[in-house]
Design a protein around this ligand. Structure first.
Ligand code: B12
Length: 253
């Protein structure tokens, strides 16, 4: 006969990390299981007592405090004492690999660490149930719960702030596209300028060989400039002496 799988999600000890436990509890519920969550700060005794009273199939502990090597064996011992040692004891949290192996060796079920997929957790519990009671006893998975449509995909008009955000985003993309276009055009212009310069550098070598007179012409203006400089030099010297003599006159006064 098919019935819902009953799971007790427990938070033993002083551990205040309840996000993982709540995420897992919600995922198990969404997968059609009956879930009882103990809440924070339960003793192993309280957890086992609740498991007996609720007649659960699975005791699932969440431990992120580092006390897993004490808490899992303690709950297991109390479950055996209470006559529910045949139920599945599983869980997860921050549990190093070596400790996971040590707890598995003690007969505790699979333990799931950070980043574990809730799909895997659901599959593991359903697999255990199917092995224990037969595949026929396994209830079918319910369809995934309906979720609200995202605003973008709903076709509704976005709110003013959302519209502003989209407009800002569009403007940003347009700016980026314009900048990219400009940069492309610039590099293309540079490439065009560079190309003829190279050709010009290569060709004059032949021309120079054909017309050796050119350098002489170029040298001419240089000589003229030197002559002009020499002519100018005495004038400057004269000016300097004139300036030097001026203060002397002042000193005489
Ligand atoms: C968020 C966070 C907090 C929050 C907790 C908020 C809350 N309400 O949960 C706050 C800020 C309160 C907090 C406080 C502290 N934190 Co803290 N915290 C974290 C953090 C960053 C993320 C935990 C988390 O929520 N993850 C998201 C959930 C969805 O993932 P999860 O819990 O791991 O659950 C997944 C699996 O582990 C597994 N799983 C978990 N539970 C169960 C149960 C079952 C039945 C199954 C099947 C699977 C399963 O499946 C889940 C889905 O993948 C971790 C670091 C980390 N990256 O893990 C540190 C971390 C857990 N914190 C740590 C510490 C030390 C503390 C403090 C002691 C710091 C301090 N000195 O005050 C306090 C203790 C507070 C307390 N009273 O216990 C350490 C623990 C070290 C250790 N155990 O070796 C960690 C690992 C950080 C670190 N690297 O040192 N913390």
């Amino acid at each position: 006969m098919q019935r819902k799988i009953r799971v007790l999600v427990g938070k033993p000890g002083l551990d205040g990390h309840d996000r993982g436990a709540k995420v897992v509890a919600a995922a198990l519920r969404d997968a059609g299981m009956e879930v009882i969550y103990t809440g924070l700060h339960q003793t192993p005794g309280q957890i086992v007592e609740a498991a007996v009273q609720e007649d659960v199939d699975v005791v699932a502990l969440s431990v992120l405090s580092g006390a897993h090597m004490t808490l899992f064996p303690e709950v297991q011992r109390l479950m055996n004492d209470a006559g529910i040692g045949d139920k599945l004891l599983t869980g997860g949290g921050i549990i190093p690999g070596d400790d996971v192996q040590a707890l598995l060796d003690q007969g505790i079920g699979r333990l799931f660490g950070p980043g574990s997929s809730t799909v895997d957790i659901v599959a593991y519990i359903r697999g255990w149930y199917s092995d224990k009671f037969g595949a026929d006893a396994l209830p079918p998975l319910p369809p995934p719960p309906a979720r609200p449509e995202p605003v973008v995909g709903s076709g509704d008009l976005p709110s003013p702030s959302f519209a502003r955000a989209i407009a800002a985003d569009d403007a940003h993309h347009a700016r980026a596209a314009r900048a990219a276009k400009k940069a492309k055009a610039k590099s293309a212009k540079k490439a065009v300028k560079k190309a003829p310069a190279k050709k010009a550098a290569a060709k004059p070598a032949k021309k120079k060989a054909a017309k050796p007179a050119k350098p002489a012409k170029k040298a001419a203006p240089k000589k003229a400039a030197k002559k002009a400089a020499k002519k100018a030099a005495p004038k400057k010297a004269a000016k300097k002496t004139a300036r030097k003599s001026a203060p002397k006159k002042k000193a005489r006064r």
